[in-house]
Design a protein around this ligand. Sequence first.
Ligand code: C2E
Ligand code: MG
Ligand code: MG
Ligand code: MG
Length: 285
Amino acid sequence: AKQAGKNRYHLFDVAHDTAVKHQREWLDQMRRALKEGEFVLYYQPKVDMHSGLVLGAEALIRWQHPQRGLLLPAEFLPGIENHELSVEVGEWVIATAVAQIGAWQAQHLLLSVSVNIGALQLQQHHFVDRLMAILERHPDVPHRHLELEILESSALKDIAVVAQVLHACHAREVRIALDDFGTGYSSLTYLKHLPAETLKIDQSFVRDMVSDPEDLAIVNGVIGLARAFGRQVIAEGVETAQQSALLLSLGCHQMQGFGIARPMPAAHFIPWMRQWQASPFVHAS
Ligand code: C2E
Ligand code: MG
Ligand code: MG
Ligand code: MG
């Protein structure tokens, strides 16, 4: 038994060493990817389904990996979640999105773009300064055209610090949205203490709202909360005409989802908009 125990520890150490080595290689690869420009932002339209107006887009990171092809954030962001590299990647995301707002604006398109902000990024005390430095490089871009999507889990560690950072952003007219709203344990506390203009109804509730009365009640509740607190509300993960119709009937007009458009490279966005404006509400799926 003693022997087996020893072996087990030995195996554990090997597994641990391998994991550490793997993590280090992964970090090196991502550092290189950042330097070589392998990260790209895809843009998913946000639409007012009542008027058909395209309001803007959410920027979503992808990694165009030379061997593995296009990787989704779930495949590479968790590996750097608590690492300082995630802050660098996050800054690249903001800088790229702000440059894109400027590029669209130069083509007379006033679109707002939202970016997802990681937990570690938000806890940097230089966050606001860095954000302002990026915006200063694009003096033509109004701050209100940039929106930060914040996960409840990002604020969990230290809500006082996060609230302070977000109030500073808010004071500089950068907008805030609470992402995946309702999936955490303290959504109401965040709603009360964070200066968010917008609540994003999580796609897990939208997915089943047509068949599940509890999910429908949650969706309805978030819409009611938004109204009571004077916030805007957007539903994410809208895939079907039925979901869209139901959301409209509940008073949620802003939507985002595969049923409207999938995330796409920036170069596809204007052609997509032309097509959308020619025949809005025609669902892609
Ligand atoms: P999120 O911010 O909640 O983004 C929405 C996710 O749902 C995106 O996945 C989007 O492609 C997907 N989605 C949109 N509409 C539909 C739909 O109708 N049906 C379904 N099934 N999915 C839909 P994606 O791009 O894989 O991103 C996943 C998560 O990764 C994001 O969730 C966000 O939390 C994180 N993320 C993405 N980009 C960044 C980034 O630049 N920085 C950070 N920190 N996180 C990011
Ligand atoms: Mg988001
Ligand atoms: Mg979300
Ligand atoms: Mg999410």
